[in-house]
Design a protein around this ligand. Structure first.
Ligand code: B12
Length: 403
C-alpha cells in the first residue's frame, strides 16, 4: 500500500513540473496486472489531485523557486551531457547499434539497485522499516490463466484471417516490404510509399501487428541487442564512502562476507559458482535479469546471460554447454507457470537434473507453492524487491558441493 503514497507524490511532482499527460500506476504494479480495485485507486489519485487539491489550476506553481530552478538547470545540464555523448558517437542510431544506449540504461539501473541494497537509498518497507511476515497482509494478485488467454487469442486470429480480403492483405504487405527496401526517404509530403501510411492501410485491412512488422523485418532484419554484463556498477555503492551509519557498515560487511564465501567455494570446488541468467518465452523485460547478472558477477560468480525469447529447450542446452551449477530464470510477463515446468522437463530429458533452477521477477507469492512444491520446477523464488546480496547468498547455499 506504500505505493499509493509514492504514486501520489510522483503524480504531484509530474503536475508541478508541468507535465501535459499523466498515467498513475496501481499500487500492485510490481506484482501483476492491476485489479479493478487497484486501478480505481490509481485513477482516483489523479481525480483528487485535480479536483480536490486543484494543483492543475496554476501553470507553473514552482516558478521563481530557487531550489526548483536550480534542480531544473542541473537536470538540463546532465541531459545535454548525454545528448552530446550520443552526438559524438555519431547519432542515436549509431549509439543504439553500438550497444551504448542499452549499456547506459543497465548501468544506471544496476547502480540504483546497489544503492538500495547497500541502504544508501531508502525504500520504506523494502530496505528500511520492513514489516515481518506476521504483520504483512497477503496482497491479492490478479490471476491470469495464460493457457486460456493463448487459446482465445489464437481463435480470434483464425477468425480474423478467415474474414478478411486475403489478396488485399498480400498486396499491402508486399508494398510495405518494397517500401522498406527503398534507399530514399519517404517521409516528405504525401508520399504513397510512406511506411506509416502503408502500415495504417495494412491495419485497416486487418493485417496483424506481427504481419506488419514481419514485412519490415524481411527487408531490415531483426535488431539483436548486444548481451553484456555491467562490471563494478553494483559493487560501487558497497565500496563507496557515500552513506554512513550502522546500516551501511552492516551492509558492507555482508558484501565482504559473500565475497569470502564465494572464494571458499572456489577453493573447495576448483571453480567459481556458475549461473546462467535466462529469459524464456515472449518476455522482453530484461532489466531484472541484467541487474542479477551484473550483481552476481560483482559478487564473484561466473555469469552467462542468455538472449531474449529463448525456449526452455534452448535454455537447457545452453546450461549444459556452459556446465553451469544454476539456471536463474527471470520472469516478468506471467509465463512462469508454463515455462518453468517445461524447463524442468527439458532438463530431465537430458539427464541434467543436477542443474539447479531458481526463478525471480514478477511472480505472485500465490504461485510459489505451485513452482517449488507442486511441480518442483524450481527450488527458490525471488520476487520484486529482492536484494541481490540476499539472492546470491541463498543461491550459493543451494548449490550442492562436490559436483
Ligand atoms: C520496465 C517495464 C517494461 C519495459 C521493459 C524494458 C526492459 N528492457 O526490461 C517495457 C516498456 C518495454 C515494458 C513492456 C511491457 N510490459 Co512491462 N513493466 C516494466 C516494469 C514497470 C518494471 C520492470 C523492471 O525493470 N523492474 C526493475 C527490476 C530490477 O525489477 P524486477 O524485474 O522485479 O527484478 C528484481 C526481482 O524481481 C528479482 N529478480 C528478477 N529476475 C530475477 C532472476 C533471478 C535469477 C533472481 C535470483 C532474482 C530475480 O531481482 C531483481 C532485483 O530486485 C514492470 C512493473 C514493475 N514495477 O515491476 C512492468 C510489467 C512487468 N510489464 C507488464 C506488461 C503487461 C508489459 C507489456 C505486455 C505491456 C504491453 N501491453 O505491451 C509489455 C511486454 C513487452 C515484452 N515483450 O515483454 C506487466 C506484466 C504483468 C504480469 N506479469 O502479469 C508489469 C508487471 C506491469 C503491470 N503491473 O501490469 N515493460
Amino acid at each position: 500500500m506504500n505505493n499509493v503514497i509514492r504514486t501520489t507524490i510522483e503524480a504531484m511532482a509530474a503536475v508541478l513540473g508541468g507535465t501535459q499527460s499523466l498515467h498513475t500506476n496501481s499500487y500492485d504494479e510490481a506484482v501483476g496486472l492491476p485489479t479493478v480495485q487497484t486501478a480505481r485507486i490509481a485513477r482516483t489519485t489523479q481525480l483528487i489531485l485535480q479536483e480536490e487539491a486543484h494543483i492543475c489550476d496554476v501553470a507553473d506553481p514552482w516558478g521563481g523557486s530557487y531550489m526548483m530552478e536550480s534542480l531544473t538547470d542541473e537536470i538540463e545540464a546532465k541531459a545535454l551531457d548525454i545528448i552530446s555523448e550520443v552526438e559524438t558517437a555519431g547519432g542515436m542510431t549509431e549509439y543504439i547499434n553500438s550497444g551504448m544506449a542499452k549499456l547506459r540504461i543497465e548501468e544506471a539501473a544496476t547502480q540504483k539497485q546497489g544503492r538500495i541494497d547497500s541502504g544508501e537509498d531508502v525504500v520504506v518497507g523494502v530496505n528500511k522499516y520492513e514489516l515481518d511476515d506476521s504483520e504483512e497482509e497477503e496482497q491479492q494478485v490478479l490471476q491470469i490463466d495464460n493457457t486460456s488467454v493463448r487459446e482465445n487469442q489464437i481463435s480470434r486470429l483464425v477468425d480474423l484471417k478467415a474474414n478478411r480480403d486475403e489478396a488485399a492483405v498480400e498486396d499491402i504487405l508486399d508494398r510495405l516490404e518494397r517500401s522498406a527496401r527503398l534507399e530514399q526517404s519517404t517521409s516528405q509530403g504525401s508520399d504513397s510509399n510512406n511506411l506509416m501510411g502503408l502500415s495504417i492501410e495494412a491495419a485497416k485491412l486487418r493485417c496483424t501487428v506481427g504481419e506488419i512488422s514481419n514485412a519490415l523485418e524481411v527487408a531490415w532484419g531483426r535488431h539483436v541487442p548486444r548481451s553484456s554484463v555491467v562490471q563494478g556498477a553494483y559493487s560501487a555503492s558497497f565500496t563507496s564512502a557515500t552513506g554512513s551509519g550502522a546500516g551501511k557498515t552492516i551492509y558492507n560487511k555482508e558484501y565482504e562476507d559473500i565475497l569470502d564465501e564465494v572464494k571458499i567455494f572456489e577453493e573447495n570446488e576448483g571453480r567459481r559458482p556458475r549461473i546462467l541468467v535466462a529469459k524464456m518465452g515472449q518476455d522482453g523485460h530484461d532489466r531484472g535479469a541484467k541487474i542479477i547478472a551484473s550483481g552476481f558477477s560483482d559478487l564473484g560468480f561466473d555469469v552467462d546471460v542468455g538472449p531474449l525469447f529463448q525456449t526452455p529447450e534452448e535454455v537447457a542446452l545452453q546450461a549444459l554447454d556452459s556446465d553451469v551449477h544454476v539456471i536463474g530464470i527471470s520472469s516478468q510477463a506471467a509465463g512462469h507457470k508454463t515455462l518453468l515446468p517445461a524447463l524442468k522437463k527439458e532438463l530431465e530429458s537430458r539427464d541434467a537434473r543436477h542443474i539447479l533452477v531458481v526463478a525471480g521477477g514478477v511472480i505472485p507469492p500465490q504461485d510459489y507453492a505451485f513452482l517449488m512444491k507442486e511441480t518442483q520446477s524450481c527450488c527458490a523464488v525471488f520476487g520484486p524487491g529482492t536484494r541481490v546480496t540476499d539472492a546470491a547468498r541463498k543461491v550459493l547455499g543451494l548449490i550442492p558441493r562436490g559436483t
